[in-house]
Design a binder for this molecule. Structure first.
Ligand SMILES: [Fe+2]
Length: 271
């Protein structure tokens, strides 16, 4: 299973990594960015081995993926039934007795294939920190308040038009141990399934104009600026709900030249 925490908030890859300054990490990212621009190539997926993201160096794959018979995997994979997902699971603000703290918002969009066709009736799952940037997870000891009215997980099925929609709370940025004074831009983790459980894809959605984008080695591990921009939602006033919630729109494209950058194309990755 994918860990709720991808960024090891309290477990640095090494003491050397934690000792780096933001200026040092930023200089490394700038050098990679210049090198990428000089190649003239288009690289639209995250680099699995991206040294400014310290732990990626230790855990990126060193061997080719193992090819398995998809039909054989299907025999052992979980069986997912349409009736198992309740519509209320798409509202992360009603899972407890009280209202969670923070900016209530609606996040909606479409899951599309490379030709712009809707990916219908597919499971979309999200997990995120609360408004203070805190996850409910034993490894997250960041001294921000846990919200007793917010767990930060939800799921839904896309409709016949490929549309998903969640009601949630805008997550806060949070510190992590990649280097000294490292902060993640606010984000929501997304898991999307293609036509089969063996086609699980995981990515993160960000918010417009976050000042932490330039400083974040996870966001910058997608070296192509246009590709990483595809992870940023758009504020949409037509999604915003009167006296209730702000609205953001973000489409996920599974294949093709405008494909959404993904953390992994394989099941069960914990990156
Ligand atoms: Fe996160």
């Amino acid at each position: 299973m994918t860990d709720i925490l991808d960024e090891a908030p309290t477990a640095p890859a090494s003491s050397d990594a934690a000792a780096s300054t933001q200026a040092e990490v930023s200089a490394e990212m700038a050098a990679i960015s210049r090198e990428y621009a000089d190649t003239g190539a288009t690289e639209t997926q995250p680099r699995l081995d991206y040294p400014p993201y310290r732990s990626s160096v230790l855990r990126h794959p060193t061997k080719d993926p193992h090819h398995a018979d998809p039909e054989g995997i299907e025999l052992w994979a979980p069986v997912f039934g349409h009736q198992d997902v309740d519509r209320l699971e798409a509202d992360l603000t009603i899972q407890h007795r009280g209202e969670p703290v923070g900016e209530r918002m609606i996040v909606t969009g479409r899951v599309l294939d490379g030709e712009g066709r809707p990916v219908r009736h597919q499971l979309v799952e999200i997990w995120q920190a609360n408004a203070g940037g805190r996850y409910i997870h034993k490894r997250d000891q960041h001294p921000a308040a846990i919200d007793p009215n917010f767990t930060g997980v939800g799921r839904c099925l896309t409709d016949g038009d490929g549309t998903y929609s969640f009601t949630t709370i805008k997550p806060g940025p949070y510190p992590w141990k990649n280097h000294r004074n490292a902060w993640r831009p606010a984000h929501i983790h997304f898991s999307v399934f293609g036509p089969a459980f063996t086609q699980r894809m995981i990515t993160q959605m960000y918010f417009p104009s976050d000042p932490l984008f330039a400083l974040d080695p996870i966001y910058q591990s997608i070296t192509d600026p246009a590709a990483r921009d595809r992870l940023v939602a758009t504020y949409d006033h037509d999604v915003t709900s009167h006296e209730w919630a702000t609205g953001y729109r973000w489409d996920i494209v599974l294949t093709g030249s405008h494909r959404t950058p993904l953390e992994s194309d394989t099941e069960g990755d914990d990156a």
